[in-house]
Structure formats: structure tokens, C-alpha cells
Design a protein around this ligand. Structure first.
Ligand code: ADP
Ligand code: MG
Length: 682
């Protein structure tokens, strides 16, 4: 009721605001011309609404300067120093290098910039500045690379403010986004709240418009925290309302794809032919699937199990039963690399059954894709494996009976809605390694039934972990040699693809060079990263799986799903830069076979905090434990990092960090869902 009144209210308010509306193109905003608007579309921003909900990636806070004597490697600090040398500029291998030495009496630091020759005319010997950056120790020298610098007066003004940092693309600066949002401030402040006053008060929530303003122009940490909570709440509520509608629709669907007895018998033969015995968890999951697929209703099932528990074979069993019963099946994965690997594995496993298995990915040629589309439409193809290309509109099936999605972290409600519209009500199965506590899982997957695979296969040995500093590298090199000599393979993970001016972290390309020089003889080293062409990536992965590459240096593109049981060692460089959950996923690439596996976390930033975090992984291989510790250990800095690549559809909401908001949204959706459905503004 209040919502209807609310909607009218919106119209009036927008007329007040120079008629600027949420759906208006951003070209109507002061200061945005055609060219800028064009650049904004590359960030996915076309309307005023898009702009307002383009949340900062993180926030930068400036802290009081500290004495140089107290700084240590990896600290991100401000120092107040006098320039004690002339400013030098010289051409390095890749960059022009500008440098100077500065001191505060307690110690000195070398300041270094790349490709910033113009600084020579801005900085002078004898002057004092506050320099802000990350400390590196090189021999006996303290170095700050690419520091920012401010006069003391200006720095005072910046202190204790929080500067939003947005994700950018060329043609758009952080300032330009801040300015644009500043110009629609009135639109934001005029936004009505779809939630009634009394709920807002009673539950202690910030109002919607205040939250949006705070996110872009935070007053202080406390109010930013409240703002993020409110936005998380809104995201959860919308999600839950849609999930509920989806569920209502799904429970009415009758099962049009019953599985046959013959299919179950074939499945038994398939299981008997496996090189291993299934775990109890795997057997139960398969039984749940059989029960679902032979019931009156559609299957909607989440299979949850930690990395390495063996979800693929469960999916294959389901696909087999489905196809033997006469229907088509689809397996959807998040990356092409994984799609290709699953394609090879599944084709192999199903060889005896003479099923036609096809790969469908975005990078295939138009002609190749067309062939697969035709085979799916005519029913020639039994199983298709691929990336989200599968659920695009151009894919038609003759008789789609089952869709399985694997490791889709972003498998939100939009994707679930889309799937339920594909084909003629296929069964749906989601496989996930994300360790969500059961209490939250039943909320987030309210539209699904859940099977949990608790145990790892019994042949597994616990992965042995260690957290070390960079001085461990020679020992690591020796260890790599040993593993390779024993016929095993190695992953090395670097955070970056190539050298960068802004970030000091290991990169795949240089690392591969250096490693080849150190241990190259007789060891075949190659690299993989996300910027490579899909066919290059595929070729590297194939060679790695065929054991033609001994050591694969890679970014996190191999994070999910990849299975090479012969890989027994993973070394993660700059481990402090990754989230714990992500490190756990990465580590899951080893320990997949009979042999003892190892994971070495190289911690470049030797602060107590990063040690504590990494020790969680050192102590445990259990995804649930890691996720809960991760939450406890998140420092204030992490608190404001907004993960753009979070789970489901959420930009801000984090199911762990905002678990209380998830529960609140659940309460509200149960109580008021009906009234609020479809009325949530923004
Ligand atoms: P995930 O659950 O991470 O997707 P996979 O399905 O990729 O795990 O399985 C990891 C490895 O374990 C594969 O090599 C697979 O063949 C093997 N595996 C699966 N189930 C078992 C089992 N019950 N016993 C032994 N090995 C198994
Ligand atoms: Mg998997």
C-alpha cells in the first residue's frame, strides 16, 4: 500500500529535480558530453540509475605520517620527509626512472617513479613533502615506488577522509565519476524509500537515499558501514523476492522428463566401471537425483561439496541417466578452459554409451557454433558442454531434459530464471564448492533442494602446506625440480599478467622468464593467463594435461574446476594479495590424486596480519573453517573493499559479512514480500 503511494511520490520528486529521472541517459547530466557518455557505456553505465549504483571498488584512507625508522617491508604508509638529493632521471630497460632520496632524520627512503620525468621540474632538493606509498626493502635500502606526494598542508586536509576508488576504463577518471555523481546528488537525495518508515526505524536501517549518498561520499567509517549494510539489504531483498517467485513457478511444473529403469541400470554399470568406489556423499547425491528425476515434479537441486570431493562424476551420472532416458543434457561452466576440460573428460567417460557430446563456447567460429546449434535443435547432439553461450537465446533444443551448472559463482537469480525458461522445463542441478553454512544456504537456495557431499575420496592424502617469505625461493626451486624429477607437475600462481607501474607484485610473464633462467634446463615451463586468446589457453591446458609442460605459471584463470591429478605442487606468489576463499579454491587444484601434494604460500608482505590470515590456510584444508576464519580476520581495510566479483548477483552484499542483513531481508520478504514484489526502486 505504502509502495503505491511511494511510486507517485517518485514522479513528483523527479519533476522537482529538473525532471532528471533514473532512467534518463547520462548525457543529460551536466558535464557529460557525447564522447564521455560513450566512454561510460564501456563501464556498463548508460542511465542515471546505472551511475548511482556504480559503487566504488574500495576506499582509500590516508593515515598520519610515521617515522621512517619504523617502517617495514610491505607497509602502506605516509612519511614526512625532506628531499636530500637532486632529482635523477634515467632511461631504464622499460621505463624512464625518476628518483630521489628523502629523509625525516630518523632514516631515509629512496622514492622511485616510472615514466614520470615531468616530476623533475616539480620536486626540488631541500623541500619537504608527505610521501604516501608502499615500502619495499631492497638490500639495505628502503624504497617507495610510485608514491603519491602532498604538501603538509594539503595532506592535513586529506587525513581521515575516505576517497572512493572506482573501477575505471580508459577515457574515464576517478574524478570524472565523482563529479558526475555529484551532479546527480539531488536526484539521489530525492529518492523515496520503498520500505515503510516504521520498518526502517524498528530495524535500525539507514534510508535508501542516505545510503546511496554515503557510499559515494562517505562521511566516516561508521556511516559508510551502515550505508553498505543498507545496500546489501536491498540487494538481498530483491534477490529473495525473485527467488520466491521462481520457486512458486517451479513447484507447479510437472516432471516432463522422467528417467527410465534402463537408465538407472546403465548408471549402475557406469559406476561399477569407475576406477574408484564412490564416497557415501557421492552415492547419496546420485540417489537424491534419481528420486527427483523419477518424481512428479521438476528437479531443482544444489550439490554442495568442497573442492576435490568429486562432483563431476555425479554430474556425469545424472547426464547419463537423462540421455539414456531419451533427453538432451547441458553442462554449463564459467570459463572456456574448464569447458574444454570437462568436454574431454565427459566424452571419455561416456564413450561406451555412444552419446554425441558437443562443445559450445564463445570463441568458436560462427560456422562451428551454427553446426552445434543445428545438432541441438535436430536432436543429433545428446549433450552440450560449454560456457554461458549455452543459455543464449539462439540455442534451441529438441528435448532438453537436464541442465547442470558447475562452479558458477555468479549463478544468481537472473541465470536461474533464464534456465527455467530454456527448453520445456528441464531439470536443473547446480554444483558448487562455495562453503556456505547450511543456515544461509537454505535462504539463498530457497528455490532448490540441497545435497551435501561431506567427505573427500579416501585415497587422498591431506595437502601439506607452508607459509614462507621470498627468501625461501631457492628451496622452492629445488622442490620444483624434485617434484618434476618424480614425474609430477607444478602450478605457480602469480597475481598479475605482466609488469605494472602501479602494483608491485609478481607477474606471469617475467616470472616465467626468470624461472626458466634459474631452473630451465630439462624442465619445461610455460605460462597461462586470462588475456591470452582462448585457443592459446586451450592449447596450453591440453599440453599441461598431456604432461608436455612440467611447470605451469598462471594467473587465477585456473582457479575453478581444473583437474590434473598429476599436479602435486602449487606455489602461490604474493599470497597475501588473495582472499582466503580464493586461495583455498586455488589450492584445490592439487591433492587430486593418490600422491602427496604440497602448497607453498609465499608471503611477501611480512606483517603480522598477513601472517595470521595465511596461517588459517596453513592449519586447515577445510573450506567451511576457512570461510568462517576469513570473516573473523577481515581487517577494517577489507571491510570497505567491495568485491565486484562476489557471488550471485550482488555488487555490494557479501553473504558472510552481511549475514545479519541476509537474515533480516529473509524476515522482511516473508512478511511483506507480496506487497514489495516488483516495487523495489533501483
Ligand atoms: P570437484 O568436486 O572439485 O569438481 P572433481 O570432480 O574434479 O572434483 O574430482 C577430482 C578428482 O577426484 C578427479 O580426478 C576424479 O576422477 C577423482 N575422484 C572423484 N571421485 C572419486 C572417488 N570416489 N574416489 C577417488 N577419486 C575420485
Ligand atoms: Mg569441479
Amino acid at each position: 500500500m505504502f509502495v503505491r503511494a511511494g511510486n507517485q511520490y517518485i514522479t513528483i520528486l523527479f519533476l522537482w529535480n529538473n525532471e532528471m529521472r533514473l532512467n534518463d541517459n547520462i548525457i543529460n547530466i551536466k558535464g557529460i558530453g557525447e564522447k564521455t557518455a560513450e566512454a561510460y557505456t564501456r563501464l556498463g553505465i548508460e542511465t542515471v540509475r546505472d551511475l548511482i549504483t556504480y559503487y566504488p571498488r574500495t576506499y582509500k584512507t590516508y593515515t598520519n605520517p610515521v617515522p621512517v625508522r619504523q617502517v617495514s617491508e610491505g607497509d602502506r604508509v605516509a612519511v614526512f620527509c625532506q628531499i636530500v638529493t637532486y632529482i635523477e632521471s634515467r632511461r631504464g630497460k622499460r621505463y624512464e626512472i625518476t628518483s630521489l632520496s628523502a629523509s625525516d632524520g630518523s632514516g631515509s627512503i629512496r622514492m622511485v617513479w616510472f615514466n614520470k620525468g615531468f616530476l623533475k621540474s616539480q620536486l626540488h632538493k631541500g623541500e619537504s613533502y608527505v610521501f604516501y606509498g608502499t615500502i619495499k626493502i631492497k638490500g639495505s635500502l628502503r624504497v617507495m615506488e610510485m608514491p603519491e606526494f602532498f604538501t603538509q598542508f594539503n595532506y592535513q586536509k586529506m587525513l581521515s577522509t575516505m576517497q572512493p576508488i572506482y573501477s575505471l576504463k580508459s577515457g574515464i577518471s576517478n574524478n570524472s565519476i565523482t563529479r558526475a555523481i555529484n551532479n546527480v546528488k539531488e536526484v539521489i537525495s530525492g529518492l523515496p524509500d520503498y520500505l515503510p518508515e516504521d520498518i526502517i526505524k524498528e530495524r535500525g536501517l539507514m534510508s535508501r537515499s542516505k545510503a546511496l549518498l554515503e557510499v559515494h561520499f562517505p562521511k566516516d567509517e561508521d556511516s559508510l558501514r551502515e550505508a553498505l549494510k543498507r545496500i546489501a539489504f536491498d540487494e538481498f531483498l530483491e534477490f529473495l523476492i525473485r527467488i520466491r517467485m521462481l520457486k512458486e513457478k517451479n513447484v507447479q511444473e510437472v516432471n516432463k522428463h522422467l528417467i527410465t529403469n534402463e537408465a538407472i541400470i546403465k548408471k549402475d554399470a557406469f559406476v561399477a566401471g569407475l576406477a574408484f568406489d564412490l564416497t557415501e556423499g557421492q552415492k547419496n547425491a546420485i540417489q537424491d537425483i534419481i528420486n527427483d528425476m523419477s518424481s512428479d515434479h521438476l528437479m531443482n537441486r544444489l550439490i554442495q561439496g568442497d573442492v576435490g570431493c568429486g562432483k563431476t562424476v555425479v554430474a556425469v551420472a545424472a547426464l547419463l541417466m537423462n540421455c539414456i532416458s531419451g533427453y538432451q543434457g547441458a553442462l554449463m561452466v564459467p570459463t572456456e578452459v574448464l569447458a574444454r576440460q570437462h568436454f574431454n573428460d565427459v566424452s571419455n567417460m561416456l564413450k561406451p554409451y555412444k552419446l554425441v557430446v558437443r562443445l559450445l563456447t564463445g570463441s568458436m567460429t560462427a560456422k562451428e557454433k551454427r553446426n552445434v546449434y543445428e545438432e541441438l535443435k535436430s536432436g543429433v547432439a545428446d549433450i552440450v558442454i560449454g560456457t554461458h553461450a549455452i543459455i543464449q537465446d539462439s540455442t534451441e533444443f529438441k528435448n532438453l531434459g537436464l541442465v547442470v551448472t558447475d562452479e558458477q559463482h555468479r549463478f544468481g537469480v537472473k541465470q536461474r530464471e533464464k534456465l527455467s525458461e530454456k527448453g520445456d522445463s528441464p531439470h536443473v542441478m547446480i554444483m558448487s564448492a562455495t562453503p556456505i553454512p547450511r543456515t544461509l544456504a537454505i535462504i539463498l537456495y530457497a528455490d532448490m533442494d540441497i545435497s551435501i557431499i561431506k567427505e573427500l575420496p579416501s585415497n587422498r592424502k591431506e595437502i601439506l602446506n607452508c607459509v614462507v617469505g621470498t627468501e625461501y625461493r631457492p628451496a622452492a626451486d629445488a622442490f620444483i625440480r624434485k617434484q618434476v624429477r618424480e614425474g609430477h607437475q607444478v602450478y605457480i600462481i602469480c597475481p598479475m599478467v605482466e609488469e605494472s607501474e602501479q602494483l608491485d607484485a609478481e607477474n606471469v610473464i617475467n616470472y616465467t622468464d626468470e624461472l626458466s633462467q634459474r631452473i630451465g634446463q630439462n624442465i619445461r615451463i610455460d605460462y597461462l593467463h586470462g588475456k591470452m586468446k582462448e585457443n592459446q589457453k586451450a592449447e596450453i591446458m591440453t599440453r599441461f594435461l598431456d604432461r608436455e609442460i612440467d611447470v605451469l605459471v598462471s594467473t587465477t584463470v585456473i582457479e575453478v574446476g581444473i583437474n590434473n591429478p598429476n599436479a602435486t605442487l602449487m606455489i602461490i606468489e604474493n599470497a597475501e594479495r588473495f582472499g582466503l576463499a580464493q586461495l583455498h579454491q586455488l589450492r584445490g587444484r592439487v591433492g587430486r590424486g593418490d600422491a602427496q601434494s604440497y602448497c607453498v604460500f609465499i608471503n611477501t608482505k611480512k606483517t603480522q596480519e598477513s601472517m595470521n590470515r595465511l596461517n588459517v590456510l596453513n592449519d586447515s584444508n577445510d573450506g567451511f573453517y576457512i570461510a568462517s576464519e576469513d570473516l573473523k580476520l577481515r581487517g577494517p581495510g577489507d571491510f570497505f573493499g567491495i568485491r565486484q566479483s562476489g557471488m550471485m548477483d550482488f555488487a555490494v552484499a557479501d553473504i558472510y559479512k552481511h549475514a545479519d542483513m541476509l537474515r533480516l531481508a529473509q524476515d522482511i520478504s516473508l512478511e511483506y514480500g507480496e506487497e514489495l514484489a516488483g516495487k523495489i526502486v533501483l
